[in-house]
Write a protein that binds this ligand. Structure first.
Ligand code: PLP
Length: 401
């Protein structure tokens, strides 16, 4: 019996089956490559859904983590620690905002944004208590908590987890008219992904984000951009909103902010928004801990160089040029995305997204399917052009293209 089969059987026996992983067991990873328990190597073209934008075992990030591990790792927010102010100052500056509220996971940051918008609505905008509404988009993915799945349109994510949290209005993504109709005097926020990742890397029509910006400003509603997956370099800019010259009121960040080392998330906004919180009204034991701050500070410093955004732009153009050559050839029906991020719709005659992902794995390339016949490609931004080309060659081979 193989080591891989044994490990998978043990995992299946003793873990809840809330995931359906590809059948490999990773033992180590470096840069863009992972090695399994039997010594086989795989090119990582998923990058932990963008949590690994800077690659596995990134030297700068590991060194920053190791140095902090030796000093102090957790204080709780009961005390100040000496990395906290730098982290908040630097992250606020990266976002062009004034204040940061640190959490750990993406879902917690979204929850924090929801609470921020409601409190702002009652205390600043003057919405009657208990009547705040937040407008969201269909096919969204914002996380897995009971409140967040309450406004999901995905049956797998939502069904049998009720009763659901009220106060959310769902409109079609990319439809400004529908959004304008949904906004009332009790609307406190519009919450959107600037590019919908889980939905298949859906880029909204040109003018949508700037339209949302204009509408929310006119109607005194907060524009909250969930940049957890789209942000921090992935699309070729620090934030995907930048492609339309849009600055939202609230950035929701996660995934790559922790450099693939520790979970770090945050809500970032100006004082007139995040200033609504007073001591005791919100918090997290681990949020803003010294280790998280040390790693995130290094992530922010790396983003400040612009190097990773540049790589995503340049290699992204190459990736999309190559993928678009496959469209219409019978294997691929559509390609979407921006930067080093692509949703590839496979013609169902070539297999399901899952089948394609498994065949690619056998050739040493790791991607993940989403929604039936779509595969998602999001390699670490440190990938070399040679490795990217090799990965694309394996894709062409699997697709018979
Ligand atoms: C991954 C993701 C989340 C949730 O983040 P977790 O860390 O898994 O809780 C929220 N929004 C978007 C857009 C995401 O991609």
């Amino acid at each position: 019996m193989s080591t891989t089969a044994d490990a998978i059987r043990a995992a299946d026996a003793h873990s809840a089956h809330n995931y359906h992983p590809l059948p490999l067991v990773v033992a180590s990873a470096e840069g863009t490559w992972m090695t399994d328990v039997e010594g086989r190597r795989y090119l990582d073209m998923l990058a932990g859904y963008s949590a690994l934008n800077f690659g596995h075992g990134n030297r700068r990030l590991i060194d920053a983590a190791r140095a902090q591990l030796e000093r102090v790792t957790l204080t709780s927010r009961a005390f100040h620690h000496d990395r906290f102010a730098d982290f908040c100052t630097e992250l606020a500056a990266l976002c062009g905002k004034e204040m940061v509220l640190p959490m750990n996971t993406g879902a917690e940051a979204v929850e924090t944004a929801v609470k921020t918008a409601r409190k702002w609505g009652y205390e600043v905008k003057g919405v009657p208590d208990g009547h705040a509404k937040i407008v969201v988009a269909a096919d969204n993915f914002h996380g897995r908590t009971t409140t967040i799945v309450s406004f999901s349109t995905d049956h797998e994510a939502r069904d049998h987890f009720g009763p659901y949290t009220p106060g959310f209005e769902i409109v079609p993504y990319g439809d400004l008219t529908a959004l304008a109709h949904a906004v009332t005097e009790n609307t406190v926020a519009v919450l959107l992904e600037p590019i919908q990742g889980e939905a298949g890397v859906l880029v909204p029509p040109a003018g949508y984000l700037s339209g949302v910006r204009e509408l929310t400003r006119e109607r005194n509603v907060l524009f909250m951009a969930d940049e957890i997956q789209s942000g921090l370099g992935r699309t070729g800019r620090t934030f995907a909103c930048e492609h339309e010259g849009v600055v939202p009121d609230v950035y929701i960040l996660g995934k790559a902010l922790g450099g693939g080392v520790v979970p770090v998330s945050a809500v970032v906004a100006d004082r007139d928004v995040l200033g609504v919180f007073r001591p005791g009204e919100h918090g997290s034991t681990f949020g803003g801990n010294p280790l998280a701050c040390a790693v995130a500070l290094e992530v922010i410093a790396m983003l400040r160089t612009g190097e990773f955004q540049g790589r995503a732009t340049e290699l992204g153009e190459h990736l999309h040029r190559e993928l678009n050559l496959l469209v219409g050839g019978g294997a691929v029906t559509a390609v979407r995305g921006r930067g080093l991020w692509a949703g590839v719709d496979i013609d169902p005659s070539r297999g399901t997204g899952r089948e394609i992902s498994e065949k690619l794995m056998e050739l040493g390339v790791l991607v993940k399917d989403t929604h039936g016949s779509t595969i998602r490609i999001a390699p670490p931004l440190v990938i070399s052009k040679e490795d990217l080309d090799w990965g694309l060659a394996q894709l062409r081979s699997v697709l018979g293209a």
